[in-house]
Design a protein around this ligand. Structure first.
Ligand code: F3S
Length: 400
């Protein structure tokens, strides 16, 4: 890989152990991918910072960097951890050990010392300074839903980086020029059409199912192209999260949303998804009994989604099922007072910094309902029964 004189100095340790270590990791991965050079990044989002995930070895590595006085070279945000930092017991059916909290706090202290913004959210794209990153800029993001959303909606460029790579990239402010940083790799070759009656709405649950279907059939290096115009941000977000979870995809081109120019002549194949297949899957995933818990917030909800949930709950008396919502502290601070009052009166819990999947939540046999295909995908692997329902159909499940 070609390195500038400055990059070589960093690699050779002229600026100390920490920067050299980060540069070595990025260069060796870049070399193994045959990347020709390094490029600057405008932002980093570090995933995999939960103590439950990286344990003592991860904690020690981050602390070593922090103790060395290493600072992040670019604005850096951080993914959720295993608990709410203001209310350790916020997640139902979950106990967090003291040793877990001590380990996690040390990781957060180190990241903070290095200059990270401890947003502890998987939707960095809702933050004003991230949302405004110039289209076409490269970043290093390590949370799959954010990677798909960043590439496909914001028009910024990132591969799907693992936690350690996003950490190292944040330290040196660079990443290898590879994959989706290269413009031609972002141009789709396969188009997906939805065959459906005009009045068949694609809500967020159906969008998650479409993500599952595409994930199973997409066998091409370039991002899929969805011809269907998705209507709102919740739908786009759940679609992005589903593709990232079920398909390991890092980008999708969405008609009318993705800021990219390409010639339709480049499309080599069109695949039609029949709405009857979406309907059939939706039926299979529909709740048929009262759940132990209703969960919204994978990926973290935004203000509008929380207010919509509150509004749907307004007319429900005698709510018998516990509802929890995971979101970022920033989104909670933007909430309308009326919505907050409704949620409080219904005993709906707003939880920050975490989610059901990153936390050690649950035990086999638990039955939950959510609107998130991604939550379904991961929680069913823990032996939890998960059904899907749109925020708009919340009332239906409350009547079970
Ligand atoms: Fe976010 Fe947790 Fe889902 S990190 S995308 S809420 S799995």
């Amino acid at each position: 890989m070609y390195l500038t004189k400055e990059e070589e100095k960093i690699l050779n340790g002229e600026y100390g152990w920490g920067l050299a270590k980060a540069m070595q990791v990025i260069v060796s991965v870049g070399d193994s991918l045959n990347s020709e050079k390094l490029i600057n990044i405008a932002h980093a989002h570090i995933s995999g910072v939960s103590y439950g995930n990286i344990g003592e070895p991860g904690k020690k590595l981050i602390k070593q960097f922090a103790d060395e006085g290493i600072k992040f070279s670019v604005k850096t945000t951080v993914n959720p951890i295993g608990y709410d930092t203001m209310d350790y017991d916020a997640i139902p059916f979950t106990r967090i050990d003291k040793s877990y909290i001590i380990g996690q706090e040390e990781i957060l202290r180190s990241l903070n010392k290095m200059g990270a913004d401890l947003t502890l959210s998987c939707t960095p794209y809702y933050l004003p300074n991230v949302n405004e990153i110039k289209k076409g800029s490269s970043v290093a993001w390590g949370e799959s839903n954010a990677v798909v959303y960043g590439n496909s909606v914001l028009g910024i460029k990132t591969n799907r980086e693992g936690g350690p790579i996003s950490l190292m990239a944040a330290i040196i402010g660079k990443i290898y020029y590879y994959g989706l940083h290269i413009e031609k790799n972002r141009i789709p070759e396969i188009k997906y059409k939805i065959h459906k009656p005009e009045d068949y709405e694609i809500n967020e649950v159906r969008a998650g199912i479409i993500g599952e279907i595409i994930s199973k059939i997409h066998n091409n290096d370039k991002p899929p192209y969805l011809e269907e115009k998705l209507k709102n941000d919740t739908t786009i977000k759940e679609f992005s999260a589903s593709l990232g979870a079920a398909g390991n995809l890092a980008m999708v081109v969405i008609n009318g949303i993705t800021p990219i120019r390409f010639d339709e002549k480049e499309i080599k194949e069109t695949i039609t998804i029949d709405f009857n297949d979406i309907k059939k899957r939706e039926e299979e995933l529909k709740p048929n009994e009262r759940p132990d818990l209703i969960y919204f917030g994978c990926p973290h909800t935004n203000k509008h989604e929380i207010e919509k949930i509150a509004n749907n709950l307004k007319k429900i008396n005698n709510l018998k099922t516990k509802i929890i919502i995971t979101t970022s502290r920033k989104e909670i601070s933007k909430l309308d007072r009326d919505a907050l009052n409704i949620l409080r009166s219904k005993d709906v819990k707003l939880i920050s910094d975490t989610c059901l999947i990153v936390s050690p939540f649950g035990y086999k046999g638990l039955n939950i309902v959510t609107n998130s295909y991604k939550a379904y995908f991961y929680l069913t692997k823990r032996g939890i029964k998960v059904s899907l329902i749109s925020i708009d159909n919340l009332e239906e499940v409350l009547r079970l």
